[in-house]
Design a protein around this ligand. Structure first.
Ligand code: CTP
Length: 409
């Protein structure tokens, strides 16, 4: 156990069921091992149509299990011990069939028996055709599994092996790894992610910017800076060197983080460009889109004539500038604060601003995201969308940091 309460070498029992995404399980084993996990694998009979026990065993460095009635296996470890000697049971891919078995408590093969016998957290990464995912039976099973406490990562939206498009693709491996690490740290305390960002420089912008009108008035927005500060904190906890360029907020800077305090978008742009190079840039600030073209000296006085006319000039787009710069960080993540057409607008921003990921959040009135404690975000990439359940801004930050570590590894 580390100081922050996370497990040092989590033991993952990976159950691979038989869908086309099963071939990705081999890469998943490698990525989990990169994160210091030990991985024991169970293959269903159908999974063995896609990958061989030999390949899974070579990558995991452990014996692979598939038979419930194997005398040798039962003598060696037994299915009950197999289900208990893990910190987390991960099912990836989870087919509609295996999910149905889990929801109704079947135990007719090794995978379903272990899932019924386990007393550990279970995380599943569904993978199936869009119609199968949308079918009422599957949705009933999803609801049952969720109410049983099963954790989900995905499915994502995108092109499918069957030629159709929609929700049902297995999540990206980096996202599954991030969810595993989140779940494993959550099994002791929901604090810092396990992944190390040691030796990496993470640059974060946060908070609003203030654009002066005169010496006493300014244009601003409702951003509190909480999400950006939580990200800086989580990145620091994961071992990164962190620079936080922040507009005006009332939050104390996280310990050990280089905090650069700015007021306007122009100042934020200059401080951010100066802080490069970085391995990761996370643009969380709610940068004002416009500044007042001619800031008045002193305080504008009321007069009997018409109210003052304020002329605006567009501010530099910091995110676009960083992602197009010659010292572009390996990973550039933007946020999209939207009130309508969330995913569609986020996709447009992804390509327009040239970033790798857009974290889309609905900030319309009633969501209480701006200034609030919780956030519901969607991870938008060129390859698809991953929706995360509503959680505290610190949990979103930890998952995002874990995702960054996965991407960089
Ligand atoms: N951003 C930035 N510089 C700006 C404006 C936005 O770096 N001048 C970044 C934000 O930090 C965020 C992303 O761009 O990561 C999207 O910001 P958002 O306010 O959602 O979008 P805008 O580009 O401002 O577009 P619009 O306001 O029209 O939605």
């Amino acid at each position: 156990m580390t100081d922050d309460g996370t497990l040092q070498n989590p033991r993952i029992l990976l159950i691979v069921s038989g869908g086309i995404a099963a071939y990705k399980a081999l890469d998943l084993i490698r990525r989990l091992k990169d994160q210091g996990c030990s991985v024991r694998v169970i293959l269903t009979q159908a999974a063995m149509q896609f990958i061989t026990p030999l390949a899974a065993s070579s990558l995991s460095g452990q014996k692979v299990y598939s038979e419930i009635f194997s005398l040798t296996d039962e003598a060696e470890i037994g299915h009950i011990r197999l289900s208990r000697e893990a910190d987390l049971v991960l099912v990836a891919p989870a087919t509609a069939d295996l999910m149905a078995k889990m929801a109704s408590g079947h135990a007719d093969d090794l995978a379903s028996t272990v899932l019924l016998a386990t007393d550990k957290r279970v995380l599943i990464a569904p993978s199936m055709n869009v119609r199968m995912w949308e079918h009422a039976a599957t949705q009933r099973n999803v609801a049952t599994l969720k109410s049983d406490g099963v954790l989900f990562v995905g499915p994502a939206e995108g092109d499918m092996a069957c030629g159709e498009y929609g929700l049902g693709r297995m999540s990206e491996i980096t996202e599954i790894v991030a969810a595993v690490m989140g779940a494993v740290s959550g099994s002791t305390n929901m604090s810092a992610p396990l992944q190390s960002l040691k030796g990496k420089h993470v640059l974060v912008t946060a908070g609003p910017t203030h654009e002066p009108i005169d010496d006493v008035r300014y244009i601003a927005n409702r951003s509190s800076g909480k999400q950006g500060y939580a990200i800086a904190h989580a990145a620091k906890a994961a071992g990164a060197r962190v620079t936080l360029v922040s507009g005006p907020t009332s939050i104390p800077p996280p310990e050990g983080v280089k905090h650069i305090s700015v007021l306007t978008a122009q100042e934020m742009r200059d401080a951010t460009m100066e802080a490069l190079p970085a391995d990761v840039f996370i643009s969380c600030a709610a940068v004002a889109d416009w500044r007042v073209t001619k800031v008045s000296a002193g305080k504008i006085k009321k007069s009997k004539a018409r109210p003052p006319q304020i002329d605006l000039t567009e501010n530099p787009d910091i995110l676009t500038e960083v992602s197009r710069s010659s010292s572009r960080p390996r990973l550039v993540i933007g946020f999209a604060a939207e009130t309508d057409a969330l995913i569609q607008n986020a996709r447009t921003k992804l390509s327009k601003k040239g970033c790798d990921i857009i974290v889309a959040n609905d900030v319309s009135s009633g969501t209480d995201v701006m200034g609030g404690e919780e956030n519901t975000v969607h991870i938008v990439r060129a390859s698809g969308v991953e929706s995360w359940p509503k959680s505290s801004k610190s949990d979103v930050a930890r998952k995002l940091v874990a995702l960054c570590a996965g991407e960089l590894s």
